[in-house]
Every structure is written in C-alpha cells, then in structure tokens.
Design a protein around this ligand. Sequence first.
Ligand code: G6P
Length: 312
Amino acid sequence: MSRPIILGIVGDSAAGKTTLTKGIAQVLGPENVTLICTDDYHRYDRQQRAEIGITALHPDCNHLDIMQQHLSLLRTGQPILKPVYSHKTGTFEAPHYIKPNKFVIIEGLLGYSTRAARDAYDVKVYLAPPEQLRAKWKVKRDTQKRGYSAEQVLAELEKREPDSEQYIRPQRQWSDIVVSFYPPNGEDDETNGHLNVRLVLRPTIPHPDFTPIIKSSTGDSDSAIRLGLDRDMSKPVDVLEVDGHATLEQVNKLEHVMCSDMPYLHSVCDRESNPELGKVAGTTGETLQSYPLALTQLIITYHMLKATQMYQ
Ligand code: G6P
C-alpha cells in the first residue's frame, strides 16, 4: 500500500515552524511535498476574535474536528477542501482543493491536541526555543510581515501566555523529537547566525545509532556535537546537541551515520557534487543555513524516509 507520509511540526507562535518546514521541504524536493498550516482551521477571523476576547491558541477558536478529519483523509491519500486564513487581512479566503503529495507537512499551533489528530502522523516534531528567543522572533516577524508594532506584539504575547501554558506547551509530550535552538552561553544573539540546537529524541520512533559520534570524540563533553541521556517531562530520553560552531568534519561524521544506508540522503550531503542540495545541508559561504539547522532538517528527513520504507 502506498500512502503519504505525514510529518507534524507543532509549536507556539513564532517558534520557527515555517523556517523548519520550508527547509525540510527543500531537502525532500518541493515537488514531493504538500504543506499545510493549521492556522487555516481558525474558527473566527481576527475581528471576531477581538470581539469575543479569545486567542488563536485556544482550542475553541479552531475547527479541530475538521482539521482532524482532513488529517485522516490526507493520511489515506485522499484530497481535501482546505479553508484558507489570510494573515495579511485577518480574514478567510476561498478554500483550496488539495491533493496530497508523497510527503505532507502539517505545521501549526494545535496539531497534537487530540488523540485522533496525533494518530495521523508518522513523525511528530515539537519546537521549543527559549521563550526569550521566541519573543524576539515574534516581534521581528509580526512587525516586519504582519503590520504590528513591537508594543502590540509584546502585549499580545502576554495576553496569550495562559493559553500557551494550558494548550500549546503540553503538546511537547506527544512529540517524537523536541527541537530547541538556543544562543550559546545564554548570549543575546541578534543575528541567529550561530544558534546551537538541542534535540530530545524520544524512543517513540527508532533513531539512528549515533554512538560513533561519542566514540570519535572520546566522550569529550567539550565536543561541538554531544550525545547524552536525560529526562524530558520526567520520561527518559536521548539528547543530541550540536553547537553553531561545529566544524564540517564533525558534521560529516554525524551525517555519515544517517546517510550510509540511504542513497538519497547521501546525495543531499554530498556538497561538492550537488551544490544545490548541499546548500540546504548547510555549506559555508552564501547560504543562510547553519549546521545545527541543517542537521535538524536532515534527522527529520531521515525519519520521513524511514517511514516510507516501512509503509510503502
Ligand atoms: C499567531 C500565530 C498564527 C495565528 C495568529 C492569529 O500569530 O502564530 O499562526 O494564525 O496568531 O493572529 P492574527 O495576527 O492573524 O490575528
């Protein structure tokens, strides 16, 4: 049986969902990917929300039943008539008819909030940057792209905090991978250029054997790439950390672990003979990508491809 492979990218407003989603779509080949943002399932437009006094983060403010039904349809390869919410106007537009490609990426605020929705995904990612960094990203995006002032964004963040706490952050527990980009040494990094990443790898999906990394760095905790054991929401997990200043040699070792039995990923990582894809995988120079972001995208793509092997 052949059906689409479904990836979830869930996290609070401005947690980096769209950036990560676009990067993974690049690696998988945009022509193979259907992108869906669950903001389209808002129940009320911007004005109605203001009148009622409800935030977009509240489950009652979203048609979660329709989202859930659409997820199930997409999982079985069927088309949907998807609503469309415009962030530009804060209103709804004519719905779109969407046929799923080989891979479907669903990003949004409440993607894991019901059992039936959670069951639809093959891979579940939750984005959890430090709150200070998220606030900075949100101010930047909403002032530059959505026409708000910095004061409005900060006031909105405060207003939404109770719903973030009650409805958004608990979804972390349902994810297979928790992704947290963070500035090294708590620095205030204006450029986002050299963020580190911390990946919580839960045993809910089989991860690659990353132990060669420990061996090659002789368990050195100063290494720019580290693997360790920890607890997340009191459950035991593996944690992989990659620093923004990791070298190409260190990055290559990690890639080798993932790419050895996956020819497609191998070609993605072959920066010299495949500059376009290599760019996505984090080359130096003109590219926007940092190694931590590139490796995060690669690890998630690895799981998407594994799911393909298992289910198709
Ligand atoms: C946040 C979320 C969006 C959501 C929006 C609604 O910014 O990140 O995903 O759609 O709130 O608010 P708006 O600014 O469109 O009224």
